[in-house]
Design a protein around this ligand. Sequence first.
Ligand SMILES: NC(=O)c1ccc[n+]([C@@H]2O[C@H](COP(=O)([O-])OP(=O)(O)OC[C@H]3O[C@@H](n4cnc5c(N)ncnc54)[C@H](OP(=O)(O)O)[C@@H]3O)[C@@H](O)[C@H]2O)c1
Length: 346
Amino acid sequence: MSAIATPEGTYRAAADRYDTTLAYRRAGTSGLVLPAFSFGLWQKFGTDYPYETQRDIVLHAFDLGITHFDNANRYGPPHRAAEKFFGQVLRRDLAPHRDELILSTKAGNPIGPGPYQRGGSRKSLLTSLDHSLRDLETDYVDIFYSHSPDPSTPLEETVGALASAVTSGKALYAGISNYPVERAHEAAVLLREAGVPLLVHQPRYSLFDRRPEHDGLIELADQDGFGLVVYSPLAQGLLTDKYLTGTVPETARARNSAFLSPDVIDDTYRERATALDELARERGQSLAQLALQWVLRLPQVTSALIGASSTWQLDHNLRALDFPPLTETELALMDTYGVHGTALRI
Ligand SMILES: NC(=O)c1ccc[n+]([C@@H]2O[C@H](COP(=O)([O-])OP(=O)(O)OC[C@H]3O[C@@H](n4cnc5c(N)ncnc54)[C@H](OP(=O)(O)O)[C@@H]3O)[C@@H](O)[C@H]2O)c1
């Protein structure tokens, strides 16, 4: 891979970026493939982290063959900062590669006190998309998501806004996130009727959040022909070895994020995570690599949507698929310790 930390504007993408072992997997029955690992800019891509470090991570991801970068109008802090950051990198470094990138963004979760700064109305979604295009400094996003279901807006209206985004050329594909199974099915049907098939659903899925297995979402993906882009597959870092001793490292998310509280690191968490870590070590891999390999065992999972606060984490995590497939015995053991709800507060 090419060296990174190049001065701004001098980035040259690694010539061998597609020679990696990173697989590209088809999103449902669509024509689009996504990298087995997609990169998300939820945390540490606002104004709270050094720009040069953020830029190195994004460019390193691209050098490793990651083509898909996931954003949302909310990501920061403050809201919209992560899109503005990515817009700068796109303009200064990645512009020659825009056709190689799958950029996604989302709207619908609150970004301010105003009535159109939240929810699934046509007004809220389409005005947010215009702001995202401005901030990302691009004419179109590849995937536009409804970030969460909004029970106070007719689904027809939300889905109609997604379809409009696609037919107007501001997005190439439509996605939904955090939709419960029944509503996801209804959205898929409505989108198909509108001639804009649902490309992907983005749920949370990890060894500690097994809801997609329990509620039928995996089966629905097959039935309705969409892919799953699963977020927080490392449970925000809890499925790595960094919290196993019980102390929270100074720079870790559990110390500096509003979305991960250190009090989830309790005895039950440690017992389960330690057992999983031991299995990983027996297989010659890390807990992070085991947890990522595990979510990607399912063909319905198009991509594991990961975060990283260093290029080291990216290098390390992307090796997850270099290990032998998980055996039935190992999967059964993982079921014992990969208990739904572990360390989950929401
Ligand atoms: N649709 C939605 O509602 C929604 C919600 C949440 C997230 N998402 C998307 O999913 C993306 C990924 O979410 P996530 O960041 O929670 O994913 P994750 O992959 O579960 O967690 C990533 C974090 O774990 C830590 N980490 C990663 N690899 C590590 C390693 N090898 N050793 C030690 N620590 C390691 C890092 O945090 P530290 O180093 O800072 O501790 C890293 O930022 C987001 O960026 C966003 O795009 C979507």
